[in-house]
Design a protein around this ligand. Structure first.
Ligand SMILES: NC(=O)c1ccc[n+]([C@@H]2O[C@H](COP(=O)([O-])OP(=O)(O)OC[C@H]3O[C@@H](n4cnc5c(N)ncnc54)[C@H](O)[C@@H]3O)[C@@H](O)[C@H]2O)c1
Length: 337
């Protein structure tokens, strides 16, 4: 049994706190948010104590680990401070928006013997992980193509977008990680096209995009195509398809149940997909937490580490460079500066 403190009690922190509170291998000891009312309301919901400061959490003898769910700009600092205080850290994605800050963070925690896990929850989705396991076991022969479709049901708030660091670092970062996970090889080349098609004002006001397609290629020639949209009117669209010499594997969208209606209006009409990440990836978030508990207890290596977070951000950097230049970008160009 490990004791966890959740840092950041917003949209996803609230969900993580509830998950820790009901996980059989974890105890939610404390929650902390810079907005006191947020910590207090999550503390009331879960029975944890509302810490008055981060220092209180870091000094607490009954906190083994931090689950960092605060704003992205706080992650690198919290990883460093947590690790230096001897706390294991499960940190939401991304580590930071700036690769130089990520590298400084890596240096700061080098040699500290604490598990650091990054919140790429989709790896733990039962369907996605089954597809990966089947491909890894050779069920589709030699893997050639990966297609990742990741479309949100609706635009986040302007305020969220203003701080999120751009579609490719905020949202596609999950898909860059999924691409690496599914390809089982490192991509070496990235070509991206992206536009503000849903909300052209977004482009003018925040220099951001809402629709993207990205192609990745590995050294041996395996390919991955990522499709992103901030708004799919038919719901949260999350699919992964792998194709190889012996067949194809698909992890499909999920619905709350499998009722199908047939009438004069249409045949086999199903209910809408699970609404958004909290619902669609509910099992994935719990499995992610179980993997973290196992890593902290020493039963398993860290499943998704700091370097995975760093590599996903490097792919986002390459994709932005491709957008700016209009051509495919080799990752070696990033090392050249
Ligand atoms: N894995 C996923 O699918 C997923 C989904 C949504 C968000 N996220 C990530 O989770 C993070 C939080 O996103 P959100 O949507 O919950 O945002 P949010 O704005 O709803 O919540 C963030 C919370 O952090 C608090 N906070 C800010 N600075 C803090 C600090 N220094 N110490 C403690 N608390 C602090 C804020 O007061 C707020 O309550 C982001 O990094 C985001 O990228 C991941």
């Amino acid at each position: 049994m490990i004791s966890i403190a959740v840092i950041g009690c917003g949209r996803i922190g609230r969900m993580h706190a509830a998950n820790v509170a009901r996980h059989p291998g974890a105890r939610l000891t404390a929650v902390y948010d810079v907005v006191e009312a947020s910590s207090k309301s999550v503390a009331e919901e879960t029975g944890a104590r509302a810490a008055a400061s981060l220092e209180e959490v870091l000094d607490a003898g009954d906190v083994d680990a931090l689950l960092v769910a605060s704003l992205t700009e706080t992650h690198a600092d919290l990883i460093e401070r947590g690790a230096k205080a001897g706390k294991a850290v499960l940190c939401e994605k991304p580590i930071d928006l700036d690769i130089k800050r990520v590298d400084r963070c890596a240096e700061a925690i080098q040699g500290l013997d604490v598990p650091i896990q990054i919140g790429f929850n989709r790896r733990f989705d039962p369907g996605h992980s089954a597809v990966r396991a089947a491909a890894a076991a050779g069920e589709i022969g030699d893997l050639h193509q990966v297609i990742i479709t990741s479309r949100d049901p609706g635009m986040p708030s302007r305020d969220y977008i203003a701080h999120a660091g751009g579609l490719l670092r905020d949202m596609t970062i999950h898909d860059f990680d999924m691409a690496r996970f599914m390809l089982m090889e490192e991509p070496v080349e990235v070509f991206a096209v992206a536009e503000a098609l849903i909300d052209p004002e977004l482009g003018r006001e925040l220099d951001d995009v809402d629709t993207a397609m990205i192609v990745l290629r590995t050294e041996s020639g395996k390919m991955c195509c990522i499709n992103n949209s901030r708004t799919s009117v038919y719901g949260y669209d999350q699919r992964v398809e792998l194709m190889g010499t012996h067949g194809m594997l698909i992890s499909d969208n999920r619905r709350p149940h499998e009722l199908r209606r047939s009438s004069g209006e249409g045949a086999d009409v199903g209910v809408p997909y699970l609404n958004f990440f909290v619902e669609r990836y509910a099992e994935a978030f719990m499995n992610e937490l179980s993997a973290f508990v196992d890593a902290v207890e020493g039963r398993a290596p860290v499943a998704v580490g700091f370097e995975d977070g760093r590599k996903a951000l490097i792919l986002a950097e390459a994709a932005y460079r491709s957008l700016a230049s209009g051509r495919a970008v080799n990752l070696s160009e990033l090392a050249e500066g």
